[in-house]
Design a protein around this ligand. Structure first.
Ligand code: ADP
Ligand code: MG
Length: 255
């Protein structure tokens, strides 16, 4: 059974790098268990830094991050990370290991030996045929590789899924298909999901709640509906204007 989804709480979280960049600047917010949240913003706005404070790839300079009300520092990072799936853009499949071995890494680290059946199940979950387990990563398409990355992230039944621009390098059709697949997995597994993306259209279509980040701060926090209605402030309006105008132009062309 999947681990129960958990809330994520940021309490006045800041991160100052040695370069003195205030990458994250006093972020406080609560992400409800079971919600699908998109974190949107320009490159350099602090999205990845904020996300990585959750699985402790980055330690905040100030403030606290809680998972299900418990500080993420309450257990060793390797145990914490078993409960948190993490997918990032260049998903870093190990090139010298088969797809199956890549998917099973987390299971093996957790001490499981007989992983073949579970690997097949995980591949099915991301809609890949079981025979792909024997292939090497370089014999997959970009979209298939991202699906393998998702399967690997879900191997230990995490309650929380973090994704950092997971669709970045994919063509629009593959990207859309994978987005829908992940939303369906989110529902089916009862996950809490945080998706970092620079694509507002994707955020609006996939998430229950959209956070807009600018220079380390959350400058908008609203539902897609409120964003589209222009109720989330100037920074959010500027980002929503692009997909809104494209949708209007497409509708015009189709008339
Ligand atoms: P985003 O994911 O939104 O593109 P990041 O969180 O990667 O933003 O970066 C936020 C800011 O912190 C940027 O100005 C970036 O240059 C800086 N930064 C990120 N990582 C480091 C690092 N390891 N050392 C110093 N500065 C960093
Ligand atoms: Mg980033």
């Amino acid at each position: 059974m999947p681990e129960q989804s958990r809330s994520v709480t940021f309490k006045n979280v800041s991160k100052v790098y040695a370069s003195r960049v205030n990458a994250v600047d006093g972020v406080s917010l609560e992400i409800a268990a079971g919600s699908f949240v998109a974190l949107v913003g320009a490159s350099g706005s602090g999205k990845s830094t904020l996300l990585k404070t959750v699985n402790r790839l980055i330690e905040p300079s100030m403030g606290d991050v809680l998972l299900g009300g418990v500080p993420v520092t309450a257990e060793p990072p390797h145990l914490l990370r078993r409960r948190i799936g993490y997918v990032f853009q260049n998903i870093g499949l190990f090139p010298h290991m088969t797809v199956g071995e890549n998917v099973a890494i987390g299971l093996r680290l957790a001490g499981e030996r007989d992983t073949a059946a579970r690997v097949a199940e995980l591949l099915a979950l991301v809609e890949l045929p079981p025979k792909l387990a024997a292939r090497m990563p370089d014999a997959l398409s970009g979209g298939q590789r991202q699906r393998v990355g998702v399967a690997r992230a879900l191997a230990c039944n995490p309650g929380l899924l973090l994704m950092d621009e997971p669709f970045g390098a994919l063509d629009p059709v593959t990207r859309d298909g994978l987005g829908k697949a992940i939303r369906a997995l989110h529902e089916r597994m009862g996950l809490t999901t945080i998706l970092v993306t620079h694509d507002m259209a994707e955020a609006l279509l996939l998430a229950d709640r959209v956070l807009v980040m600018e220079e380390g701060r959350i400058v908008a926090d609203a539902t897609p509906r409120a964003l589209l209605a222009g109720q989330a402030g100037a920074a959010a309006d500027a980002l929503v204007a692009v997909p809104r105008e494209q949708a209007a132009r497409l509708a015009e062309l189709a008339r």
